[in-house]
Write a protein that binds this ligand. Structure first.
Ligand code: FAD
Length: 397
């Protein structure tokens, strides 16, 4: 704030209206509460030092909060294909909606995507809000945020879930900012406090050392993002039907700040560990780059698995970051996860807990990975893994 000259240029170019001038008084009106509650805030509120404002707001908003009903899941699609995390979230959303006794809805934005709605009912949605328009063909913060916010203001959901993908993270932040509500990112557990109708959003905090349950008491909707593969996908019910609500989009291409000129797809090897059935992951215990290649790639090639890595192996430069599994890497849920020379730090474990079977090899019998694994082998990876290759090949062929 002390460097701002109040020229106002940043305000004009921010597609989600998230910037205010330090000296300006701003009236936040979530739309849903239009005409009922107006919350006065300074551009950079310091509510703790001012004291009274949050208490007053909570009391004033209570009546409006009760008007919000239902659980929504943002249905992310790319080129007409539903991104799997959206279906996983329909499963999680179904449980929340049942606990609250409300409807579950999917919110589907795109161009010529109407045909996807049947699948959403099968995965648990009672309703689909569909905004189908050429301006929504490619994801843009501006267009998706504007349409999503209007839907929220019209239909007042109490909970919104989005996948913690690049798109979901971007949209969730923009929507929460525009609606002046709370957002808990990268949740690992979602539940309901039925008395207060609160979403209990649990996620690792303080570098993964504690699990924090976060609530959004005074604002609606309550928003959360969840990474792919954290929630198990529910079994679809073939033929299950629901209600389609079509939303008329009133955006014009010429009024928008951003334009998609070209989509350039990344070349090179796609890692896609999230879809892998078997992962052979290596850590610092593999000694050096050569040891990592020999053991991890050797076993992975022999049994048709993908390779993953701990952050220590990535930071040592033995393998690229896109192979990293864990809190700051990818969350995986394979049938079999091999943890070779990996100690089992909490930041690694949070990324592998969805695995059906974890097989760990480590020289240290007290390594934390042994408390989490299905099968543990205390031994040197350079002796154990070569001895395992032939029997595993036979077993898995
Ligand atoms: P180490 O902890 O050093 O373990 C090496 C293991 O190899 C030891 O248990 C040792 O007994 C064993 N060993 C040694 N020699 C052999 C041998 N010959 N045979 C068999 N075993 C052997 N880490 C991640 O992995 N993913 C993340 O996403 C991630 N995010 C993080 C985010 C934050 C905010 C922070 C603070 C940390 C994060 N970390 C992450 C780092 C994490 O805390 C650990 O430092 C890291 O996971 C350790 O990697 P490692 O198990 O390979 O190495």
């Amino acid at each position: 704030p002390e460097k701002c000259v109040e020229c106002g240029e940043c305000i004009e170019v921010c597609p989600v209206s998230a910037i205010n001038l330090p000296s300006a008084q701003k009236t936040v009106d979530t739309g849903a509460t239009a005409g009922k509650t107006q919350l006065k805030e300074t551009g950079f509120p310091d509510s703790e030092s001012k004291g009274e404002a949050p208490v007053e707001v909570a009391a004033e908003l209570t009546g409006d909060l009760a008007r919000y009903r239902g659980v929504w899941v943002f249905i992310e699609q790319r080129e007409g294909e539903i991104v799997p995390v959206s279906l996983e979230l329909l499963g999680a959303g179904r449980q929340l909606a049942d606990k609250l006794g409300v409807e579950l809805a999917g919110v589907l934005l795109g161009d010529k995507v109407c045909g996807l709605s049947d699948r959403l009912y099968e995965y648990g949605a009672d309703k689909v809000y569909l905004a189908d328009h050429p301006v929504l063909r490619y994801y843009r913060t501006e267009t998706y945020m504007k349409v999503f916010v209007k839907l929220v203001q019209q239909y007042l959901p109490e909970i919104i879930l989005m996948g913690a993908t690049t798109t979901g993270r971007d949209l969730a932040g923009a929507v929460a900012t525009e609606l002046s509500t709370g957002l808990t990112a990268d949740c690992t557990v979602l539940d309901i406090d039925p008395k207060q109708r609160l979403l209990l959003a649990t996620r690792p905090a303080f570098g993964g050392n504690i699990m924090a349950t976060i609530v959004c008491k005074n604002h609606r909707p309550q928003m959360a993002t969840v990474r792919p593969k954290v929630m198990k996908m529910a079994k679809p019910v073939p033929g299950r039907r629901g209600q389609l609500v079509t939303w008329q989009v009133d955006l014009k291409e010429e009024d928008l700040l951003t334009r998609v000129v070209e989509i350039v797809k990344e070349r090179g090897e796609q890692v896609n560990l999230q879809e892998a059935e078997i992962i052979v992951a290596g850590g610092r215990g593999l000694g050096d780059r050569e040891g990592f290649r020999k053991i991890c790639f050797g076993l992975a090639e022999a049994i048709g698995a993908r390779v993953g890595a701990s952050r220590a192996a990535v930071e040592a430069g033995w393998i690229e970051q896109k192979y990293q599994v864990g809190q700051t890497g990818v969350t995986v849920a394979p049938k079999i996860y091999f943890a070779l020379g990996i100690s089992g730090a909490i930041q690694h474990l949070v990324g592998i807990r969805g695995s059906d079977i974890i097989i760990a090899v480590n020289t240290d019998p007290d390594a934390p990975i042994f408390k989490e694994c299905t099968y543990g082998i205390v031994g040197d990876v350079f002796q154990v893994v070569p001895a395992l290759i032939e029997p595993l090949k036979e077993l898995l062929s």
